[in-house]
Structures are given as C-alpha cells and as structure tokens.
Design a protein around this ligand. Structure first.
Ligand SMILES: [Zn+2]
Ligand SMILES: [Zn+2]
Length: 478
C-alpha cells in the first residue's frame, strides 16, 4: 500500500510504501523522516470518478439495463471509515500430529509447527447503514492513500462517524489472526499467537450515492468509489432516511497526524545516513543513534561488538536487540541460563556468571529479514548460542556500514517468546507444559551491533560464524 503526502519544503507529491520510514523528495531532493506512523493515522481514498464521470457512466449503465426511465436526482459523495490492521503473525502449534506409515498404519506423534503470515485486515468502523462492503480487500493497493483532512472534503460530502472503538477493533481482528492455519491432522495441546509490529489505521473509503426516481418508487444506488461498481440498490429510502445522524458512542480513538520532520542529527546538524526502512539512525559524524518519537528524535543507547583479532574480511554491522530476560513459571522464576537449563537440558552451557548471573540473554535480530521463518530461525540460533560480546569503542565509525533497525524493541520482546518456544524440543512434554504457563519479563533491553561478513551465499557473524542466507536479508545500504 502506498501513501501520498506533500513535501514540507516544496509542496510536491511524495508517494511512498507504507513500511518506509525516511523519504526523499523527487522534486527538491530534501530528505525527511515520517513521524506519527505508530499512532493511529487516518487516511482517505479519493474516488476514481469525478461527479460528472459518475453521472455519465451510471446513466449509460442504467440505460443498457433498461432502467432508462429512472430519473436521476442528487449525487453525493459519502466517506465511510474502515479500520485497517497490519502486522506479522507468528503462530506456534505444539501437540500431536497424525502420521501415516507406508503400510497405512496411523499414529499420533509429538509435533511442533510454526506458522507465519502477513496480516492485512480491514472492516467497517461504522455500524450503519450497510453499504455492502465488508472489507477494503485489495482496494488500498489500487490508489495511494492520502492523509485524511477536512480541507480535502467539499461542503456536500458526508463523513460517517467512527462507531467502533480501537479496543473493539483490536478484539474483533484478533479472532482472525490464525484464520487459515487450522489443520485437521493436528491435535493442539499448546498454541501461542503473536502479532508483531501491528499498526492500526483508519481509512475513509468513498462511495458515490445516487438518488433515483422510478415511475412508482424512489431509491438510492450505492457505488463503490474505487472499484467504480454499483454495490447495492436501496429502495424506498432517501439520503436523509438512509444516512441518519449517528453519534459515536464513545471517543473511538486518538488519531495521530502523519508529518515529515527534517532528517538531520539534532546534535551536530548533519544529514543522517539515508536508509529508508530503518527506525534508528546512527549519525556518522557524532556516532549517536536516534529514533523518532512523537515528532522529535530521542537518543538510543547502543553497543558495538568487536571483530576477532587478525580478522581480514570486510564487515557490516547488523543490529540485534539484547534482551536480559527472566521467565516466570508456575514452579518458580528462571533467572539465568543454568535455571533455563533445568527446563531445557540440551541448551549449551555458558554465560552463567558475572552480569549474566541474574538474567538470561536473548538476542533478537532487528535488521530487515524477508522471511518470517528465517527471522525466527536466526533469533533462535542467537538465543541458544549467543556469540562473544567483546565490545569495541565507538571511534572511527565513518567508514563502517550500519544496517537499519526495522524491528522495534516491543516487537523484539514478542519475538523472544517465539524464540523461547522454538527452543523447546517437541518431545519434551515437561518443558512444553511449563512454557505454556510461563511469562517472560524483560529486565533490560538495548541495541547491540554485531559484525557480519559475506561468505558465499551467507552473511556470517564474525565471532561465531552464525549464518543467515544473504537472499533473505534486505540491505538498506550497499
Ligand atoms: Zn520537495
Ligand atoms: Zn550527529
């Protein structure tokens, strides 16, 4: 889905994909950070037909249907609000799966499956009237969304109020998260669903409504303003009776305004390195890292892991979330790695003393990985076997390459649970039952960059050689 905004410098159109964080204007070349994406932004879709085109096209459509005797009266543009929820679903299933042997014998074996998908769900945020459009479907990919603003409306346009609150929208959409994942051959004993990076927005969708009058009755034609199709005909109603005044029952949500802020380091004033999908930006001049929050930049702490001695490959820094966690179980708190090993005996030893004595280190990749499965695999690898964290000073960083941070800190905490479940062997029923009833608490969270080098089809972490396939990594810089 694309979003269209005005350039704050020159007023030109800037159109960008919704996952983009930093945009460059094609007209004046200025670079800006997009602010307010994580609130609940409001968008609108403009109708594809103008009022004149609509009148004209509907006339020819009606005459071809033999409805030429209908007299057309008023034509109205009605904007109806839809909630739209986007995110990534990680759904763990643990239980028994039916297996059929070559001889045809059936058996139920311990099984474990991770199912993932992109979640893009929309539904009406108004209750009445029924406009016969239950979901926006692919309509949002047809035209760039514009920011919703009253100045974009003309005096006669009707805007239906939002009657479904954000809380109701969250509840309603959560029942659809695992839609399509059911498997009759799987007897589920434990499931866990995480929706990562969810963004709630409101999209005002246009309908043309044409009042018509036949020989003995009158009614309304409801026309989808993007697909340009008649959705329904409502007889014996007029505009006033069909679109009665509705008052929203409660404050539906606080909406954020999307706006653009200059993409420069707030301390030294230099341009930040252009990396369109990154949420965090490391200033090459003063080496501070910044994250946008409510229209300003906030500094974020980070650390850099050193390469081993006599290392000769060129490296690039890939960001991870370094989470120090504890796990609350019905049998007590697992405070460190040796505690975790009472639950997961196969977990390699190590990192059980010093500052690792009262927390468990979980490392969650924060750079952009195309495949959800590759992301969860790499997270698990780094949690099971955390590489050395010999740090290097933040000096002479001008020539270093930093990959963008695309996964936020909260998402990393959700992914920690996905990684914990993936560390449970499918046949370890005790661990399964305990993890099912457990809760992760994050003691501290910080950003840490590991040096990776390129070898064959892989990027490998310089200290551990942990690999990730190059093809699944989306690089922000070359
Ligand atoms: Zn511009
Ligand atoms: Zn700076």
């Amino acid at each position: 889905m694309q979003i269209k905004v005005d350039c704050p410098q020159c007023g030109g159109d800037i159109v960008f994909e919704e996952e983009i964080e930093v945009v460059r204007c094609h007209y004046c070349g200025s670079t800006n950070q997009i602010s307010g994406k994580s609130g609940q932004p409001r968008f609108m879709l403009p109708p594809r037909w103008t009022a004149t085109q609509c009148q004209h096209r509907i006339s020819s459509l009606l005459s071809s249907k033999g409805a030429w005797r209908w007299k057309k009266k008023g034509l109205y543009l009605v904007y109806a609000p839809y909630w739209r929820i986007m995110g990534m679903v990680f759904h763990w299933l643990l239980g028994k799966k039916e297996a059929i042997s070559p001889t045809g014998a059936r058996s139920w074996d311990d099984a474990k499956e991770l199912k993932t998908k992109l979640f893009d769900f929309s539904f009406p945020a108004y209750k009445e009237p029924d406009l016969d459009l239950a979901s926006l479907g692919v309509r949002t990919s047809a035209i760039p969304l514009q920011l919703f603003h009253h100045t974009r409306l003309s005096g006669n346009d009707i805007v239906l109020p939002v009657e479904i609150s954000l809380r109701e929208a969250t509840e309603h959409s959560s029942s659809f998260l695992t839609y399509g994942f059911s498997d009759r051959n799987f007897r589920v004993e434990f499931k866990d669903t995480q929706l990562l990076g969810e963004v709630y927005s409101l999209v005002y969708f246009p309908f043309w409504v044409l009042e018509v009058e036949g020989e003995d009755r009158s009614g309304l034609l409801i026309i989808d303003g993007v697909a340009n199709r008649i959705r329904k005909t409502v007889w014996d109603q007029n505009m006033a009776s069909f679109f009665q005044e509705h008052k929203p029952s409660e404050v539906a949500a606080n909406f954020s305004d999307l706006r653009l802020i200059p993409f420069v380091c707030p301390v030294c004033g230099w341009d930040l390195p252009f990396s369109p999908t990154s949420k965090t930006h490391v200033c090459a001049t003063c080496t501070r890292a910044w994250v946008e929050n409510a229209g300003t930049y906030q500094e974020v702490e980070y650390q850099l892991v050193a390469v081993p001695k006599k290392f000769e490959h060129a490296t690039r820094y890939m960001p991870f979330w370094d989470l120090r966690i504890q796990i609350y179980t019905p049998d007590g708190v697992l405070k460190n790695r040796s505690g975790l090993r009472t639950l997961l005996p196969n977990l390699p030893a190590g990192r059980e003393s010093g500052k690792d004595a009262d927390s468990i280190l979980f490392l969650i990749p924060a750079f952009k990985i195309r495949s959800t499965n590759a992301l969860s695999k790499l997270a698990t690898l780094f949690c099971v076997n955390p590489p050395s964290q010999q740090l290097r000073p933040k000096e002479a960083l001008e020539k270093e390459k930093f990959e963008g941070v695309c996964l936020g800190g909260e998402e990393a905490e959700q992914l920690a649970r996905v990684a914990l479940i993936s560390m449970v062997p499918r046949y370890n029923r005790r661990a399964r039952n305990i993890v099912k009833k457990s809760k992760i608490t994050v003691e501290t969270s910080r950003l840490i960059y590991y040096p990776f080098y390129r070898k064959g089809l892989y990027f490998r972490e310089a200290n551990s050689n942990h690999p990730i396939q190059r093809g699944t990594v989306v690089l922000g810089t070359d």
